[in-house]
Design a binder for this molecule. Structure first.
Ligand SMILES: [Zn+2]
Length: 292
């Protein structure tokens, strides 16, 4: 099936096969843990993984692009602030985990910008540290261990974005790894950080939930430290972390999708059941047919 699929479906297929992609499917719905997803969120998340048509093709109300039928555009669209909200949510998850791991993290550290000699103003928009780990002796990054401070730079990519489609269709996590290389070379950031004894570490998540290889290694170290500090097994700590990330990604992507549908008047595109009403419910019908 994979070999006969076009690049669009291959990219989706590879993304859904990546480790931790779809971790939210294993999360028990719990109000206490904030892992309870709405019907619309589950429909969106399952529909995206299956490649189901979720809406009619139409202009995106927030940018000059086109909303595709499969709901991918909302995961790529840079307008409307949804990408920033998703980015900040994942950044905060990492920060909290780094705190529990006692790595003395700093949130959006501006100090790193000064270390790099960046002027306050436009250039500091390229802050390399969403989370700066100041006590990172036990954190393994890119094959090294214990190299001073570690600057975690978070990015979220959609494997079905036009610029990532080719890489994403060729191998699992192809989009994430390509963006890692782009982050490191942009503004020569990796080298500039190394010169001030800071390890620059991109943490690239795909919108389906997969994560770049080096980022996964860092998270594994954080989870291990959290387990030691809390007397909770590493397996439980890791499971909870990946459930958290997975649930937050599906919620954020679904919110971005419905914001664009609602801007068209709600049912103009044949929105999913809870928001779109009965008649034009494409995903609802697909789920029923597939026994979901
Ligand atoms: Zn758009």
């Amino acid at each position: 099936m994979v070999s006969s699929a076009g690049v669009w479906d291959k990219a989706r297929s590879e993304a859904t096969a990546a480790p931790h992609s779809g971790a939210w499917l294993d999360a028990l719905p719990s109000c206490a843990l904030d892992t309870q997803l709405s019907n619309a969120e589950i429909q969106y998340g399952v529909g995206r993984r299956l490649g189901v048509e979720l809406c009619e093709q139409a202009p995106c109300p927030l940018c000059l692009g086109v909303m595709d039928k499969w709901g991918a555009h909302c995961e790529c669209c840079m307008s409307g602030g949804d990408k920033t909200v998703t980015h900040n949510k994942i950044r905060d998850n990492l920060y909290l985990q780094a705190r529990k791991a006692r790595t003395a993290p700093q949130h959006e550290a501006v100090g790193i910008a000064r270390l790099l000699g960046l002027e306050v103003g436009r250039e500091t928009q390229e802050r390399p540290a969403d989370v700066l780990l100041c006590r990172a002796q036990d954190i393994r990054t890119g094959g090294s261990l214990g190299a001073g401070k570690v600057a975690l730079d978070v990015g979220i990519v959609c494997p079905q974005a036009t610029c990532h489609l080719s890489d994403a269709s060729q191998e699992s996590l192809g989009a994430a790894e390509k963006y890692v290389r782009a982050k490191c070379s942009r503004g020569d950031m990796e080298r500039r950080c190394r010169e001030v004894v800071v390890t620059f570490q991109p943490m690239i998540f795909e919108s389906f939930g997969g994560v770049s290889v080096e980022a996964e290694r860092v998270i594994k170290c954080l989870n291990k430290a959290v387990a030691v500090n809390t007397d909770i097994s590493e397996e439980v700590v890791a499971t909870q972390f990946w459930h958290r990330v997975g649930v937050d990604l599906v919620r954020a992507n679904c919110r971005a999708f419905h914001r664009r549908l609602l801007s068209h008047g709600g049912d103009v595109l044949g929105a999913v059941g809870p928001l779109g009403g009965g008649g034009g419910c494409r995903l609802w019908k697909a789920c029923e047919a597939g026994g979901l």
